[in-house]
Design a protein around this ligand. Structure first.
Ligand code: RIB
Length: 294
């Protein structure tokens, strides 16, 4: 089926630093790169590299046509991307020697969508198509409401987790993809054991599929009847930026072509294990040929 992804396109400014800058400190970086990023753009690239038909809905500045070209080169359908007068969204990313990062976001053009803009972009969606959402664009509630009416299946990755998430119609989501921190913010389950977390997820979201990414511990798929866990590969981590986006893209592409949940978790973990071994967002997302040989 067709996959629509309404998501942020960012210009990522990546600074390699000895440690994350402290309050009041001025710190020299040891290296700097400017690359295409944004959770939406990264996920679209991962979906396309994994072989899915993905249509990105997004906006960036007229001065950043290179970003759209890179999405197109990766195989993303860019017909629903608009070039606008507003500045593109951007992210200031520090990555330290232990592969820890910190990210400051500027929304820019990612925050400029009206409800009507979103409805128009989704107008060609038909029953059974997917809509992927993260939390870096505005009016995502309008996208979910539209998708529910048009019977599109919603995949929601509530990242970054903001306080406005409480107003989000989460009951209309088919597949929720969260890391442990996001899940604990949603369900207040930070101090629970894994089996207690599974129980809580089932109680809170009885009709939903929930995929929980566990970093170095792998990933888990939970629904009312199943709990499937896959271990991560053990690798040397350089930068975790876009690892979750890579996981989501490869997992969803596998589900879309009819593979099992176990197989989808496995390929998602493999792809993200490659992404963490190099610096940067979109540039660290592996091709399917690279994923196939590990
Ligand atoms: O998930 C990684 C992304 O988060 C980065 O590319 C950055 O743009 C931020 O949106």
């Amino acid at each position: 089926m067709k996959i629509f992804n309404y998501g942020a396109i960012n210009i990522d400014h990546i600074y390699q630093v000895p440690h994350l800058v402290r309050a009041g400190e001025t710190l020299s970086s040891t290296d700097y790169h400017q690359v295409l990023g944004g959770k939406g753009a990264n996920q679209s690239i991962a979906l396309a590299r994994a072989g899915a038909e993905v249509h990105h809905i997004g906006r960036c500045s007229k001065t950043d046509t290179w970003a759209v070209e890179q999405l197109g080169d990766a195989g993303v359908n860019c017909q629903l991307i608009e070039l606008v007068d507003e500045p593109s969204g951007h992210a200031i990313i520090q990555v330290d020697e232990q592969a820890e990062n910190s990210i400051v976001l500027f929304g820019g053009a990612n925050q400029s969508f009206s409800q009507q803009d979103i409805h128009s972009a989704l107008a060609t969606g038909v029953k059974g198509d997917w809509l992927v959402l993260q939390n870096e664009c505005n009016n995502i509630e309008a996208a979910v409401e539209y998708a529910a009416q048009a019977q599109l299946k919603v995949v929601f990755n509530p990242s970054p987790m903001l306080s406005d998430i409480e107003a989000f119609p989460i009951d209309k989501v088919s597949l929720l993809i969260v890391n442990e921190v996001e899940l604990s913010q949603l369900l207040d389950c930070a101090n629970l054991e894994q089996n207690e977390i599974v129980d809580k997820v089932r109680k809170q979201y009885p009709d939903m599929d929930v995929v929980i990414t566990l970093g170095a511990q792998g990933a888990m798929w939970v629904n009312a009847n199943e709990c499937i866990k896959v271990d991560a590969r053990s690798v040397k981590v350089v930068d975790t930026t876009a690892a979750g986006d890579t996981f989501l893209g490869y997992l969803l592409a596998a589900i879309d072509r009819g593979e099992s949940k176990q197989a989808a978790l496995t390929i998602g973990c493999k792809a993200s294990s490659l992404a963490v071994q190099s610096l940067g967002a979109s540039i660290s997302i592996p091709t399917s040929a690279q994923v196939a040989v590990i």
